[in-house]
Design a protein. Structure first.
Length: 138
């Protein structure tokens, strides 16, 4: 018995190949790209003074370049823990967060083979500095 629309001169091999290709395509379309869980840690310091420094840790989800998660900062009298969002575009990363009375911070940098380094700024406090560390998959 032939399936509707199948010509008599089609071989079973061609039908099997067409079916396996269709199934593979359906699986790719159905499941899509999986979000990548990431974790990181390192150090930060202010350019305002050597005494203003601390450590950072983060747990992130990278969903096709859109990043969200949490960041924790030690050594800061303004920031402790906050939700963070941003983007990862190739090796360029941007993370931003807001806490309290609208104090905001933005971390920008480059991720190269798991190492991350860049600059941070807090425009509401007029402060800025650098951050370094490791960032990778969980």
């Amino acid at each position: 018995m032939l399936l509707p629309g199948l010509k008599e001169n089609c071989s079973m091999r061609n039908l099997a190949n067409a079916c396996s290709c269709s199934i593979a395509l359906i699986c790719v379309l159905s499941f899509g790209a999986r979000a990548q869980e990431m974790t990181g840690k390192g150090e930060w310091h202010s350019l305002s003074g050597d005494a203003i420094r601390g450590k950072w840790t983060t747990n992130l989800t990278n969903n096709d370049g859109a990043i969200s998660g949490t960041i924790e900062l030690s050594g800061s009298n303004v920031f402790a823990s906050a939700p963070v969002s941003g983007k990862l575009d190739g090796s360029n990363i941007v993370l931003g967060f807001v806490i309290g009375d609208g104090d905001d911070a933005e971390f920008t940098g480059l991720v190269t083979e798991g190492a991350v380094a860049g600059e941070w700024s807090c425009s509401s406090l007029g402060d800025q500095g650098v951050w370094t560390g490791r960032l990778g998959s969980r």
